[in-house]
Design a protein around this ligand. Structure first.
Ligand SMILES: *Cc1c(COP(=O)(O)O)cnc(C)c1O
Length: 432
């Protein structure tokens, strides 16, 4: 005889999270309900936009097939470019698995746009760590933009980390390209919202209507319901192992903007004259389509994990950027861990709560492109993917862990709880 169905939820054993952490998590989650509702609304709007673009561009079963060799007439590749262009409000796009990372896509864009004697100006202070060597302000400078005769200048951020919009006009007059970084990257400055981006673009174009505004869109895609090109920017660049790949795309990056600018970038990625018309997609098309299709929802899950992280860490008296109630422009939460011990315990704990390589202990190492040791927890399906729950931290003051991702909210949330338990076990956390 069948047993009587027991409707009580099954308690999952094995995580062994302290009761006090569980209680705190429930409390934190309750405070997040308004933010979660807003996230769901944005995910719906963005999801509809993505679906519309698939339909409008007649994505077909054939598009899922790849090509080999030169990749001439790769319908899947060309249609995906068109879908990305529509979703991001661009004239054209270059979406390729052959971009090895976001930095590579940004590098192609910068070398595609800039010539000897041109000036690049960052409008959001110090550029992202890995771009310093590309620009030539750190490292040997060999093969950098500076080595090719491209000048560089920047408008420093204000003391509160906000962009100095009033000073933009001073530096853009003789510049060819203006660079805006949307996300906070490895800094504690507030992430730019689209309203903030629109303000800077307006200031730059007001002083120099010909300037090309390039936005490093990493971690920003689908966080709001518009994208930088709809706020006056000319070109956006991002990574497929972040937001728009949804943890499904295996590697790659994208560049989107006007047809002419995208072509210049494509000439850098492949060859002058060939540009977008070559480059086989191998077996990557389907994964890149699926990634984009899932991205609005997955970014929503990552945002929920982020808001939850901000709230629970605040309840535990850690300083967080941004706070739970602050408007977000990216999926990152920076948590000041106070010292290296806490930081390492937290990151190793995040790894312990990951679906892949949970038994591995990440250690601080000299990562290429960064100037201090970095510890990275990334127990991910795709190596180094940071739309999946991950925590990176340069081992330097103020010992901030940059936490991002979470393909699903339940697993993202549990990953954070496992990390807190790890901190507690190592006496890095006080519970009351
Ligand atoms: C991730 C990121 C990049 C690119 O980094 P990769 O690791 O090379 O993909 C560039 N800028 C910002 C702000 C980023 O977050």
């Amino acid at each position: 005889m069948a047993e009587i169905f027991d409707p009580k939820p099954v308690e999952i054993k094995g995580f062994e999270i302290d009761e006090r952490i569980i209680k705190l998590a429930d409390k934190a989650e309750e405070s997040c309900s308004a933010a979660f509702a807003e996230i769901d609304k944005n995910a719906r709007i963005n999801g509809e936009r993505v679906l519309r673009a698939f339909i409008n561009n007649k994505v077909s079963a054939e598009c899922m097939n790849g090509t080999t060799g030169y990749g001439y007439g790769d319908k899947g590749r060309d249609t995906l470019d068109a879908v990305y262009a529509e979703v991001f409000g661009a004239e054209d796009a270059l979406v390729r698995h052959t971009f090895v990372s976001g930095t590579h896509a940004l590098t192609c864009a910068l070398f595609g746009l800039l010539r000897k004697g041109d000036k690049l100006v960052s409008l959001t202070g110090d550029p992202y760590d890995t771009l310093e060597e590309v620009i030539g302000i750190r490292g040997s400078g060999n093969g950098s933009l500076a080595d090719f005769g491209v000048e560089y200048d920047q408008v420093d951020l204000l003391p509160d980390g906000k962009p100095n919009v009033a000073d933009v006009f001073k530096k853009v007059k003789d510049a060819k390209v203006a660079y805006i970084q949307r996300s906070r990257g490895y800094s504690l400055r507030p992430t730019l919202t689209l309203t903030g981006i629109a303000e800077i673009v307006k200031a730059a174009k007001g002083a120099n209507p010909d300037i090309v505004v390039l936005v490093d869109n990493c971690y920003g895609e689908f966080v709001e319901t518009k994208e930088p090109l709809q706020c006056g920017a000319d070109l956006i660049v991002g990574s497929l192992i972040k937001n728009p790949g949804a943890g499904i795309a295996e590697t790659g990056g994208y560049i989107a903007g006007s047809k002419k600018l995208v072509e210049q970038c494509a000439y850098r990625l492949t060859c002058v004259g060939m540009g977008k018309e070559v480059g086989c997609s191998l077996n990557q098309n389907k994964l890149m389509y699926q990634g984009l299709y899932f991205a609005p929802e997955v970014v929503g899950n990552a945002l929920k994990t982020a808001v939850f992280t901000s709230e629970i860490m605040s309840l535990l008296h850690f300083e967080v950027y941004p706070k739970r109630e602050e408007k977000r422009g990216d999926i990152i939460t920076a948590v000041l861990m106070k010292n290296a011990e806490n930081l390492i315990a937290f990151c190793q704990g995040v790894q312990k709560g990951s679906p892949v390589d949970s038994f591995v202990t990440p250690e601080p190492w000299d990562m290429p492109g960064y100037d201090s040791k970095v510890i990275m927890a990334a127990g991910c399906f795709n190596m180094g993917s940071s739309i999946e729950l991950s925590a990176d931290a340069p081992l330097r003051e103020p010992f901030a862990a940059f936490v991002q991702g979470g393909l699903t909210y339940p697993t993202g949330r549990m990953g954070i709880l496992v990390a807190l338990q790890e901190m507690f076990d190592r006496h890095c956390l006080k519970l009351f």
